[in-house]
Ligand binder design. Structure first.
Ligand code: SF4
Ligand code: SF4
Length: 110
């Protein structure tokens, strides 16, 4: 009979396999992105859910969140947060693009 230690070992092995696969996929994504001093990040406002992940990874303080009314006829929420890039501070490092869960950030020509 399969015991808890067996299940834990299988789970750890699956986690490792998934981590390696995700890292490889992200490496491919990163290789396709523009970057460096000729590029700057850009937020697609309609895809931003205000989750704050990009501001956490940006160590150049190049992203700020701002409040905007939520455009929904069925939800009564006064404030909806969105991210925006402070272009002069952005170094084109791409970290925010890789961190964004909704693919709301692009790298564009500066
Ligand atoms: S990580 Fe993406 S969705 Fe989250 S606040 Fe930043 S741009 Fe918006
Ligand atoms: S590309 Fe780098 S420096 Fe520019 S906003 Fe994203 S994380 Fe910050």
């Amino acid at each position: 009979m399969t015991g808890i230690p067996d299940l834990e070992a299988r789970r750890a092995s699956q986690q490792k396999r998934i981590r390696i696969m995700l890292d490889a996929m992200r490496a491919e994504d990163q290789a396709k992105l523009k970057g460096g001093e000729t590029a700057v990040a850009w937020v697609k406002e309609e895809q931003c859910i205000g989750c704050d992940q990009c501001t956490i990874v940006c160590d150049d303080d190049a992203i700020e969140l701002y409040d905007t009314p939520l455009a929904s006829p069925i939800m009564e929420i006064d404030v909806n947060r969105k991210a925006r890039i402070i272009r002069d501070e952005c170094t084109g490092c791409q970290l925010c693009v890789l961190a964004c869960p909704t693919d709301a950030i692009l790298m564009i020509d500066r």
